[in-house]
Write a protein that binds this ligand. Structure first.
Ligand SMILES: [Zn+2]
Length: 101
């Protein structure tokens, strides 16, 4: 391992106890959730990994192609093309319903 680089980047003090408590709580809550990848719409690079209860909008910035998009977690699920089928069977307001859930 190259020591000179990791010293600066990784030798930071651990988070304060109250933050660590929150982190532990998050880990506990996430134990029975599934993890999925959010990919860049342009270059398909993995921007982020989110748990199955992620909801709402976020600003994504791709570290690879540097493009920024406002994305909704609800629209970017693992199943490919399934939303077209869902629109067909559940109606056009399906995506709106998905947000209100
Ligand atoms: Zn990209």
């Amino acid at each position: 391992m190259n020591n000179c680089q990791s010293k600066q980047r990784y030798d930071r003090p651990p988070p304060p106890p109250e933050t660590q408590k929150k982190l532990d709580l998050c880990e506990e809550e996430a134990a029975d959730l599934t993890l999925r990848e959010i990919r860049c719409p342009r270059c398909n690079f993995v921007i982020d990994k989110v748990f199955s209860d992620a909801k709402g909008h976020f600003l994504s910035k791709c570290p690879k192609c540097k493009s920024q998009y406002i994305m909704n977690y609800a629209y970017f699920r693992r199943q490919k093309g399934i939303w077209k089928l869902k629109l067909k069977y559940y109606g056009k307001d399906y995506l709106e319903k998905l947000n209100k859930e």
